[in-house]
Design a binder for this molecule. Structure first.
Ligand SMILES: Nc1ncnc2c1ncn2[C@@H]1O[C@H](COP(=O)(O)OP(=O)(O)OP(=O)(O)O)[C@@H](O)[C@H]1O
Length: 244
């Protein structure tokens, strides 16, 4: 068990977001949290990652290193792509030459070319910046990666490529991942398990374990699962939200 949220509750300015939310994330498990816009997905992730404290409940973390990939890349504009990717390694005490080697290996894994590594974020496309953000997260060999709608802002073709990178990396390196999305197709492509957060402060209203490993699901089975769940009352909130 990497992470356990035990009956957490949170409110902003006295306005409750959710109550009594319990959720566990196992070793090497990829859990996708879906739910309508504004239901509190980012808040759950921030509590899980320790970025904010919950008003109620308890969080137990059984890991040493985690990384977060946000919707926007959040690269440091004054550093090259290479130095951005290597950024977390210096804090871990790694020497300069080794940092460079790790950054270049991670960059290649996410499809960045060597010639891009000397560029600054402003010189990279949006897709390249998000690739660099994923490489930076993986560079520190995290035991858990928190993804907060990381591919929402990229176009549909690249989104699929980036999803495939995450699927391959999680299978290869066996980190756990907590992946927030409002895109059910994305969740079904890359998770072992899906949990649905209510849009009416009712906490987690549904949970489904997916068949097979994420990389093994073909487009047809993903499509059929989305269709089946669209008719499932447990997912009604999610589809209502999408129609708004
Ligand atoms: N810092 C804050 N101060 C006040 N209210 C906040 C704050 N952060 C979030 N909220 C509110 O809490 C609720 C949950 O927000 P959150 O961002 O967690 O939802 P979400 O499910 O991730 O939304 P989306 O899918 O649109 O990104 C929303 O009503 C939001 O307006």
């Amino acid at each position: 068990m990497r992470l356990k949220l035990d009956r957490i509750g949170h409110a902003f300015l006295g306005r409750p977001v959710f109550e009594n939310l319990s959720l566990a994330l196992g070793d090497s498990e990829v859990v996708a949290l879906v739910g309508p816009s504004g239901c509190g997905k980012t808040t759950v992730l921030q509590i899980a990652a320790g970025l904010i404290d919950p008003l109620r409940g308890r969080v137990r973390r059984h890991y040493r290193r985690h990384a977060v990939v946000f919707q926007e890349p959040r690269l440091l504009p004054w550093l090259t792509a290479r130095d951005n990717i290597a950024y977390g390694l210096a804090a871990g005490g790694m020497g300069k030459v080794e940092r460079r080697i790790v950054a270049e290996r991670r960059a290649a894994e996410v499809g960045l070319f060597a010639r891009d590594l000397d560029k600054y974020p402003a010189e990279l496309s949006g897709g390249m910046r998000q690739r660099a953000a994923v490489a930076r997260a993986l560079a520190i060999d995290p035991e858990i990666v928190y993804f907060d709608e990381p591919f929402t802002a990229v176009d549909i073709g690249l989104r699929r490529v980036l999803q495939d990178l995450v699927i391959a990396a999680s299978a290869r390196e066996r980190f756990s991942a907590f992946f927030i999305t409002h895109d059910l197709t994305e969740a079904i492509r890359l998770a072992h398990r899906i949990v649905v957060l209510s849009g009416r402060q009712e906490g987690i209203v549904a949970e489904r374990v997916l068949d097979g490993a994420p990389g093994e699901r073909d487009d047809r089975s993903v499509f059929e699962t989305v269709q089946a769940w669209a008719a499932d009352p447990a997912f009604a909130d999610l589809f209502d939200g999408d129609r708004q």
